[in-house]
Design a protein around this ligand. Structure first.
Ligand code: NAI
Ligand SMILES: N[C@@H](CC=O)C(=O)O
Length: 377
């Protein structure tokens, strides 16, 4: 643990975007894992780049969903990749990924899944010199030992880890924290709305119509996690806060974040197939929370806070807050994330970053920005 904290203190991250690639001229081979909401938008963006020059030097050689895969050394047309998968009989084994990427030049895995099994392979691929670009938070936003394994593997493999899409769906949050640290600042606190789906929910919920209906709309719009309880329980926000904290040099364990879940125990206990029908369990408690805030003239916002304490320890909390309408975190619209960062240079007035924090398009753009940073240095 001490070695981990020491490593966090010692070096501002040098992730995708801050070191030049040595194979910039060679063809970069991409493997895309996940073709759902985010992965589908990655394919659409790649397809849209065909005549723009952005895709020059990139070749999609492997694509997979949870069931099937398709590999082609000569390249896969992104616009027909989903059809190709629909007709594929190649099972989606992860051992096939490095094989499909074999050759000289950059090898890049894009993880657009929510799969723990895929996240558990990140370190192994990085160690082999394969770059990983991910929207999935499970490798860096869970146990500190897993975060450390990714750090060690990319150091040993000389590879890079693109994680812009894991917090703020590509907003320049992690990048700003790393640049502040690289410029000699210490981070003192971070507070913000880190969930796009919960932002959308509390920007739309009116206390009159059932909260469960809004949850279904957020899910259908592609803002929630595949299982919306991940968002409503605060788990997804906990992961984002851990990723931000670790980028800020603070080696928090999961248990050190105090999380106030919105999910009643009975809903939490259900198997995933039964969740949709049980969502109305949220309605009465949320109506009550809303009515109380309304009576006080306040707004409900799901807020994450990380603060350095007087004894140099850290306090980390995630949960629903009642905020006055003029509060800096009460603003924004749609899926906006709104994050304040206090550092040595931003001691009195924090740096504020705001923008859409969920959705297929912005997330896919964040992933492909990281790919281009790796390829072009
Ligand atoms: N939806 C959003 O706005 C954002 C999502 N993310 C993250 O993006 C990831 C994907 O989210 P969605 O696209 O919404 O989920 P989704 O459920 O729509 O898609 C997940 C995809 O992963 C595939 N998959 C699952 N296990 C796999 C395996 N072992 N190998 C290959 N493919 C596998 C599934 O078949 C599916 O195609 C999640 O980790 C989420 O946290 C991050 C930022 C924003
Ligand atoms: N479910 C997440 C999507 C992005 O990570 C959210 O609501 O923010």
């Amino acid at each position: 643990m001490n070695a981990v904290v020491e490593a966090l203190r010692r070096r501002p991250d040098h992730e995708a975007g801050t070191s030049a690639g040595s194979h910039a001229a060679a063809r970069a081979r991409l493997a895309l894992l996940g073709t759902g909401t985010v992965g589908g938008a990655v394919l659409a963006r790649l397809a849209g780049w065909r005549h723009s020059g952005f895709a020059d030097g990139l070749s999609l050689v492997h694509v997979a969903n949870s069931r099937y895969a398709s590999s082609a050394a000569a390249g896969i047309d992104p616009s027909s990749a989903r059809d190709l998968l629909a007709g594929s009989i190649q099972p989606a084994g992860l051992d096939a990924v490095p094989v499909a990427l074999r050759g000289t030049g950059h090898r890049i895995v894009i993880d657009a899944t929510a799969s723990a099994e895929v996240a558990a392979r990140h370190a192994e691929w990085l160690e082999q010199g394969i770059h990983v670009v991910t929207a999935c938070k499970l490798a860096r936003g869970t146990a500190l030992a897993d975060w450390q394994a990714v750090e060690d593997a990319r150091t040993r493999g000389g590879s890079r880890y693109g994680d812009s899409a894991t917090v703020g769906a590509g907003l320049p949050l992690l990048r700003s924290i790393r640049e502040l640290r690289a410029g000699g600042d210490r981070i003192h606190a971070i507070a913000g709305v880190l969930s796009g789906s919960l932002a959308w929910l509390f920007n739309h919920y009116d206390g009159l119509r059932p909260f469960s209906g809004f949850v279904r709309r957020a899910r259908d719009a592609g803002y929630t996690e595949p299982d919306p309880r991940e968002d409503l329980s605060g788990e997804d926000v906990r992961r984002k806060l851990l990723i931000l904290a670790r980028a800020a040099g603070v080696g928090l364990e999961q248990e050190m974040v105090d999380v106030d879940s919105l999910v009643p125990d009975a809903l939490a206990a259900l198997v995933r197939e039964d969740v949709d029908a049980a969502l109305p369990q949220l309605d009465a408690p949320m109506r009550e929370r809303y009515a109380q805030a309304y009576r006080n003239g306040e707004k409900l916002r799901f807020v994450a806070r990380l603060e350095r304490m007087d004894d140099d320890g850290w306090s980390a909390k995630v949960g629903l807050a009642e905020l006055p309408p003029g509060h800096p975190l009460a603003g924004g619209a749609g899926t906006d994330n709104r994050v304040a960062i206090w550092s040595d240079r931003y001691r009195e007035q924090p740096l504020l970053i705001q923008g859409p924090g969920a959705g297929a398009g912005v997330t896919a753009a964040g992933l492909l920005d990281d790919v281009l940073r790796i390829v072009h240095g």
